[in-house]
Design a protein around this ligand. Structure first.
Ligand code: AHM
Ligand code: MG
Length: 343
């Protein structure tokens, strides 16, 4: 019998349904995601009024990656930390904006979950009304029985260990896309009722696409293998649908989301642009891993050019990685060029 569509149900109902389907669930995970959703609603409201308030524009400071920090980044970071620290389900958090692990203050109860997040990704697009997003990945601490303080060794885990991951997209509408390993589901925020309603049930990414997304202005900084990938996608060949179309917003969440729905490959290769960032710009724990889990659940693939993103053992919290992510066949083509199997 065909499964009845659940389109239109609230995110809360969806989480509760998933909780019921898992007899071991205690509800703590649902509580955690619910609080994250409230934080995203607050961020969404601020993003929507960004042009109106004195919240626009850079603060003049730089974060640990030497990126200019925008006021809204700081706001989003603060909202997530303050809302999530008192839920009682987290043992710590890690944010793109914080150099060290974020501890849960001693007055609040703690749990076994770890929240890794990029509070506002694509921040260079804030000032110009282009879509931006929040990315999150949730893990369980490695040693749950430990009464000891949380340490980096509890946190530094492969992306494959994520128990949930997703993102909020602040675009023409605000969306939440998430997975707990049981399909990828998309919800759209209906501002009039303040609720996320299921709008994209069980998303599947096309296996092969005709879209490539990369900042091609760095061509001169790439190695020959990377150049060959892009040359391949641009070459005319009717049978394989080439040349592909180029689409690059410059907001990872926006580029990823479009490719997830329409098919496509997003690439942020390693380059020689900045000697301080030789492994590419994007961060493994807060950007690549969550999206890699989402894409895998949707039938796609994410690689650093050689190995699956989800299999990379992080050496430190803010590790960077080259990223090739999207339609499976296209990412495999990129991988084949990087491994020298294609020339
Ligand atoms: P951010 O986390 O500082 O906003 O940087 C990440 C963003 C991604 O959203 C996007 O894919 C990339 O940086 C764009 O970088 P570039 O301008 O080098 O193409
Ligand atoms: Mg980011």
């Amino acid at each position: 019998m065909k499964k009845k569509s659940k389109v239109g149900i609230t995110i809360t109902q969806h989480l509760l349904n998933q909780q019921r389907e898992n007899p071991e669930a205690t509800g703590s995970f649902t509580k955690l995601l619910n609080e994250l959703i409230v934080a995203a609603k607050v961020i969404s409201r601020e993003v929507n009024k960004a042009g109106l308030a004195d919240i626009l524009g850079p603060t003049g400071t730089r974060n640990i990656y030497d990126d200019e920090v925008q006021k809204l980044d700081i706001f989003a970071n603060k909202v997530i930390i303050e809302r999530m620290q008192h839920v009682g389900e987290l043992c710590c958090m890690g944010s793109e904006e914080n150099e060290n692990l974020i501890e849960i203050p001693s007055q609040y109860p703690k749990g076994d979950y770890i929240l890794m997040f990029d509070p506002l990704d694509g921040s260079s697009n804030i000032d110009v009304n282009v879509s931006i997003g929040t990315i999150f990945g949730i893990y369980k601490r490695k040693n749950p029985d430990s009464c000891s303080e949380i340490s980096l060794s509890d946190v530094l885990q492969k992306g494959i260990n994520q128990v949930a991951a997703g993102y909020f997209l602040y675009g023409s509408s605000t969306m939440m896309v998430y997975t707990t390993g049981h399909g990828v589901h998309g919800f759209t925020l209906f501002p009039s009722i303040g609720e996320f309603l299921l709008s994209h049930e069980n998303i599947k990414i096309p296996e092969k696409s005709t879209i490539y997304s990369v900042n091609e202005s760095y061509y001169a900084y790439w190695d020959d293998k990377t150049r060959a990938i892009v040359d391949y996608f641009k070459k005319v060949d009717k049978d394989t649908g080439r040349p592909y179309t180029a689409r690059y917003v410059g907001s990872l969440v926006a580029d990823f989301h479009r490719n997830l729905l329409k098919g496509g490959i997003f690439m942020y290769p390693a380059d020689r642009k900045d000697p301080k960032k030789p492994g590419g710009k994007l961060r493994l724990m807060v950007e690549a891993n969550p999206l890699a889990m989402v894409v895998r659940e949707a039938g796609g693939y994410a690689s650093d050019g050689y190995v699956p993103i989800l299999d990379i053992d992080p050496g430190f919290l803010h590790q960077r990685t080259p990223l090739y992510i999207g339609s499976k066949k296209d990412v495999e083509i990129a991988e084949a060029f990087m491994k020298g199997e294609r020339k």
